[in-house]
Design a protein around this ligand. Structure first.
Ligand SMILES: [Zn+2]
Length: 254
């Protein structure tokens, strides 16, 4: 299932399309409005209104606040404007941080990991890139990009714990992979049940009205379970094969 944002705030500041295909890299930023007195909520509000203003010419794919809320600003189909010449080569994620040195919370890490797990599923490897150049694959801080270095960027800065972030991300994706494995096994079990399904269909044709209702109920349970598995797999970009789809359609048509 694609990640559902806690909020969506559209920004006009984006390109129409990825000129070199969807990237395999993510740049991590922090917002730094520069107002050190700002609460996290004020920092978030200021960032979102900045990204909604066409004059700022700035945006990101996501903003994550200290509570872990994930705010979608630019859809992944479009490059956002967060790092100059790298915009066509990396997704951009902002963590709220009102001033240099401000701490990142468990919420920040949790929200960031949830968002980045989706990028890992799209093919971004779980590695930190020490000096980001266009075409590199993995995760980097804005401060570690060539553009960021040239213009003196320092985000997300020393308070960002890369080791912790990469470990949490690995754990998140591992968990996900094992869930997919479980579902694969479940699906394999359902394929074994195909023969049963065909038997059921044949029986439905032959039996009494009462028996038909019972068989139909059993078959509906089977279909409901199958749909759940298929939807989950589809959410992970898997292409489920359904040889019994025709048989199911036949039954539904009765
Ligand atoms: Zn930045």
């Amino acid at each position: 299932m694609p990640l559902i944002p806690d909020r969506t705030v559209d920004s006009p500041n984006r390109y129409a399309r990825w000129r070199f295909g969807q990237p395999r890299a993510v740049l991590i930023h922090s917002t730094r409005s520069g107002r050190s007195g700002f609460t996290d909520a004020q920092e978030l509000r200021a960032t979102l209104s900045w990204f909604q203003n066409p004059e700022s010419r700035a945006s990101a794919h996501w903003v994550i606040d200290a509570s872990g809320a994930k705010i979608r600003v630019v859809p992944d189909e479009h490059p956002a404007w967060h790092a100059g010449e790298h915009n066509q080569h990396a997704y951009g994620i902002e963590l709220t941080q009102s001033a240099l040195g401000g701490p990142y919370t468990d919420g920040h890490y949790g929200g960031l990991v949830a968002v980045c797990a989706e990028y890992v599923r799209l093919g971004v490897p779980i590695v930190r890139i020490p000096t980001f150049r266009n075409g590199d694959r993995g995760f980097a801080g804005h401060e570690d990009s060539l553009q960021g270095r040239r213009i003196g960027k320092s985000d997300p800065g020393p308070p960002f714990d890369w080791e912790r972030f990469l470990r949490l991300l690995r754990e998140e994706v591992e968990h996900d992979m094992s869930a997919i494995d479980d579902l694969r096994r479940e699906l394999a079990g359902l394929f074994i049940a195909i023969d049963d399904t065909r038997t059921v269909l044949a029986l439905v044709g032959r039996h009494s009205r009462e028996n038909r209702a019972l068989l139909r109920a059993a078959f509906d349970d089977h279909l409901a379970l199958k749909r759940r598995v298929v939807e989950h797999l589809a959410g992970h970009g898997e292409e489920p094969r359904l040889p019994e789809a025709a048989a199911a359609a036949e039954l539904e048509a009765r």
